[in-house]
Design a protein. Sequence first.
Length: 280
Amino acid sequence: MLSYQHAYHAGNFADVHKHLVLYAVVEHLLRKESAVTYIDTHAGRGLYPLASGEASKLQEHRDGVGRLWQARQRLAGEPLLENWLAALARVQRGRALDHYPGSPWWLSQGLRAQDRLRLFELHPGEHGHLAEQALPANVRRVHGDGLAGLLQGLPVSTPRLCVLIDPSYERKAEYSEVAETVLKTMRKSRHAQVLVWYPLLPAGRHQALLDGLRDHGLRKVWRSELTLGGPGEGHGMYGSGMLVVNPPWGLEARLADTMAALTPLLGDACRHRGDWWVPE
Ligand code: SAM
């Protein structure tokens, strides 16, 4: 059962949160010359035209990336947002915000000759769109299961590894499957930096993922959660969560400044919390 299509949600507040954290980690990795393998286990299409039928249907981007784009001149002094918005501007065809890039693009925009990027996508239609994207030669696209593909490819041949796990959580079991995959990844690649996105929904199922990691002894797990309200205020997603295993030094302070500038744009009830889910 694969019915989720990210095109309906591209550029919403959760994408902004996820891709800002991802961008901050990639920027940090690029400070050193040594090669990085990036693995994106749930890639999606890669690039989303905002005028498409899917994106226009819910218009979620308007209350997400649209708000940042409109405020971009005011945000210019905040280093991470300024760089992120400059990268976003490079993907636009015109002067207006007409495209929103997905994780394959955010990962490939910083890719150097020595780096590698593997993209996994299981949905045949979504993989078809991804296959059409113009991406650098050191990007490999795989039509297959991302969690199994990640584990099969470990250890990687480069000195550093950065993984993004961003499922659609259509199945309840995905929360525990993700936890198991992260634990196995860290056993095989101790120094990997692993980012995991999860939705904050009233059912609170993300707790199984968080507890699964902590209860099995994983250390150094940093958590960032951006919320638009509380769990009791409706049935939909009220927040976006990101875990970063082995976060780069300084990420916490960097994101605190970024989120302080970002949250007022996303509404009066918008809050960010960044803390150690499991410390060192
Ligand atoms: N990471 C993307 C981004 O940030 O732009 C969005 C990914 S979207 C939330 C989840 C994607 O995972 C969907 O395109 C879905 O088809 C795909 N998917 C679902 N199960 C999968 C699996 N087991 N392996 C790989 N891809 C899968």
